[in-house]
Design a protein around this ligand. Sequence first.
Ligand code: UDP
Length: 243
Amino acid sequence: MVNTTAVTIMGIDFVNETKEKFLTEYVYPKLTHNQKCFIVTANPEIVMKTRESNAFKKLVKQANYVVPDGVGIVYASKFKKQLIKERIPGYDLMRDLLAKADQESYSCYFLGAKEHVNEKVVEQIKQKYPNITIAGHHHGYISMDDNSIADKIASSHPDLIFVALGSPRQEEWITTHMDKFNKGLFMGVGGSFDVIAGEVKRAPDAWINLNLEWLYRLLKQPFRWKRILKVLEFMARIYFKKE
Ligand code: UDP
């Protein structure tokens, strides 16, 4: 886990750095030195999942870095008087990593999402980041313990492996198969492939700046309303000190 001033929320240690510093001082050196690295981007819903499942908590604790995705995490840190410097949205982190990969001609693997979404993602990446080597790509509707896919991905020796299977599947996949790789930055990116492929629109900047990205998502995907209950429970637990 990051040895800077981590902030602990419900037993999860969060990176407490600006995105810029986190990338330049912690993540990029690992890429340069071919050191394996596992990043979890955690929002309140994921933290609640770790509270409800010890098995999932163990997976998240295997990450080198857990970054605060979701404004609820920042509010919780404020309430606990251990203020987190900056919210680091998983989507933004992914974009910065892609830009770095383009700059350094790294190779990337894209695992996850529906087949047509996965293909669109690769098309978009080729257009926007022409220097990235596409190590390969595969849709995300696979069995968790399908070793043949994992072995194939490992043998393509990617520098970065983006895994968009949703939580907890993406963290399960990464922790199950990471040992097969000799290097690689592994990151679970949730619904980011759907955004890159243009299937789901990200909130406009004004909403993001007002910390209302969650509301925009809820309005666009009302079937997610149950998730909001988990966020409310998270906030209530922080408020009443019942972590
Ligand atoms: N997904 C997948 N395999 C699965 C389940 C989901 O590839 O078995 C993909 C899904 O198509 C979507 C992404 O995982 O692109 C994220 O799903 P969701 O929005 O439910 O995840 P969350 O927001 O919980 O991270």
